[in-house]
Ligand binder design. Structure first.
Ligand code: HEC
Ligand code: HEC
Ligand code: HEC
Length: 440
């Protein structure tokens, strides 16, 4: 009976302690590291943190299907390729030898046994905010709920001076946040739950917060002006998630944000780029209360940062409709849009619900920085496949159908049509990205 009480929640554990059952309770906790309930909770948290997304290799032709958590996913960083580690409970090549303290230190401080300092490609600056209760559940899951894989992940070899892992302790001193997550007593439980999930397990800032010159995220909570105002990683621009009316989430309801995270579709937007994996591996598995908490936390963020605007009633909006109808030499992008894009995204830019995203008023289209849009048009994309969402549709690649200038023109049109008002895309932007992502 006491065991059951203690297993469930620390709160009940404390109640039990208050009742003078301290010893029994501590005993129960020590026994607790492998209870089925704790392991299941750890599995849910591992989804919320997307451990599998980074620690599972991509399938290769002619190779056996990669095993979950066995590592070997290459990650581009400005300093070179970083390979993710094998985090299965294998004693030789994985983390089977970790004590709980070792596990907590890796997650919270980025230091593995043997004082091996990790590169912040492992999002420990965010994970430092994971609370002790959740860290224990994750540990139980990785020790008892994951199959060991006896295979070494490729070794990371960065050029000097980045090869010097000890130097990361200096980076940590300068940039990694020290404070654990602290609930805001002026906010309700839902807000605090959302803040906790976004800042810690969800590590949303790893992509959505701009980075400084040392690859450091500029801010880890809403108390920073830059937090979640948009960032670029691996040539994907993750948009502003504050309440900006144009390029932010100001016009998107909390319900729609929750649906976007669960199914990849919400308010006519469709997940693309590096967010597809986040939805497929992680957010689609979150329960409804957690999704709504995340969405309401995001909706509470005051508008910050910059980006384009949207006004469906503007004069420019009417002119773009006329340009589509009659053709306009001043706007060569309009003709390209009609031939290459309108059959899916429609002439009025409204898309087709649950199939093709709307481009009119789409905050990602109005982003301060157009990298994601250029990369998507060059490479094409596929909406996420989820348990609860519609069938995933594809966007074709235009790398060998449109020249750099045409790509720039059609995107400039998209960013200025139907009331969209964002900066033009230049031929140079397209050239730079084509070289970077190496599409032919
Ligand atoms: C955004 C990608 C990413 C996510 C998400 C991520 N990791 Fe990692 N992790 C890495 C990379 C990359 C490394 C290797 C870093 C290095 O070599 O310095 C790493 C290293 C580790 C190590 C160190 C292993 C060792 O001894 O070398 C552990 C343990 C670990 N991660 C556990 C986790 C757990 C548990 C989660 C989920 C709660 C998680 N990681 C989520 C990218 C990620
Ligand atoms: C690996 C990088 C990455 C991570 C981690 C990430 N995102 Fe994203 N996110 C993106 C990119 C890139 C886009 C732009 C493409 C799109 O709109 O789907 C995006 C788009 C979004 C959008 C749509 C915004 C818009 O203007 O259309 C929302 C909402 C969002 N992310 C929420 C989150 C939340 C919440 C988390 C944390 C649980 C998160 N993201 C974690 C990369 C990421
Ligand atoms: C065959 C249908 C199709 C055609 C043609 C097409 N797209 Fe798309 N487009 C899609 C789909 C599907 C997505 C979602 C892709 C994803 O999730 O990776 C998308 C996504 C986008 C997005 C991101 C918006 C969002 O919220 O997901 C932009 C911008 C875009 N397309 C622009 C264009 C432009 C510009 C053209 C013409 C050069 C074009 N598309 C042609 C189907 C199409």
């Amino acid at each position: 009976m006491i065991t059951m009480m203690c297993n469930r929640r620390a709160l009940r554990c404390m109640t039990a302690m208050a009742a003078g059952l301290t010893l029994a309770c501590q005993y129960a906790r020590a026994q607790d590291t492998s209870s089925a309930e704790l392991i299941a909770r750890g599995a849910y948290l591992a989804k919320a943190a997307d451990c599998a997304g980074c620690h599972t290799a991509l399938p290769q032709k002619g190779q056996p299907q990669p095993r979950p958590f066995a590592g070997g996913l290459p990650m581009g960083s400005p300093f070179g390729t970083i390979w993710s580690s094998n985090i299965t409970p294998d004693k030789e090549h994985g983390i089977g030898g970790y004590r709980y303290e070792d596990f907590a230190r890796v997650l919270h401080q980025g230091v593995a046994p043997g004082d091996k300092h990790l590169y912040p490609a492992m999002p420990y600056p965010s994970f430092s905010k994971i609370n002790d209760e959740d860290t224990r559940a994750l540990y139980a899951y990785f020790m008892h709920g994951v199959e060991p894989v006896n295979r070494a992940a490729p070794e990371t070899k960065l050029p000097f001076p980045f090869s010097q892992r000890w130097a990361l302790s200096l980076w940590n001193l300068a940039f990694a946040p020290e404070d654990p997550f602290t609930p805001d007593p002026k906010r309700d439980a839902q807000w605090n739950r959302g803040a906790y999930l976004v800042q810690s397990l969800g590590h949303c800032g790893a992509c959505h917060t701009p980075r400084g010159p040392a690859y450091n995220e500029i801010g880890y909570t809403e108390r920073s002006d830059s937090y979640l105002t948009g960032g670029t990683n691996d040539h994907w621009y993750a948009p502003n998630l504050t309440s900006m009316a144009g390029a932010g989430l100001g016009r998107i309801s909390a319900q729609d944000i929750a649906a976007f995270l669960k199914t990849g579709h919400g308010a006519g937007l469709v997940t693309f780029g590096s967010m597809v994996q986040v939805v497929e591996d992680s957010t689609q598995y979150l329960d409804e209360p957690d999704l709504i908490s995340i969405a309401s936390y995001l909706k509470s963020l005051p508008a910050k940062g910059d980006g384009g605007a949207y006004d469906a009633q503007s004069r420019a909006a009417r002119q773009s409709v006329a340009a589509l109808r009659t053709g306009d030499e001043e706007r060569p992008g309009a003709g390209l849009y009609q031939t290459a894009c309108a059959r899916c995204h429609q002439s009025d830019g409204a898309g087709v619900a649950l199939k093709y995203p709307r481009l009119a008023g789409n905050p990602a289209v109005l982003s301060r920085q157009p990298d994601s849009l250029v990369r998507l048009v060059l490479e094409g994309g596929k909406a996420p496949s989820t348990v609860h969402g519609p069938e995933a549709k594809k966007m074709p690649a235009f790398a060998d159908k449109l020249t750099d200038t045409e790509t720039a023109r059609v995107l400039t049109f998209v960013r200025s049509a139907w009331g969209n008002d964002a900066t033009p895309v230049t031929t140079r932007d397209v050239k730079r990205l084509r070289a970077a992502v190496d599409t032919r």
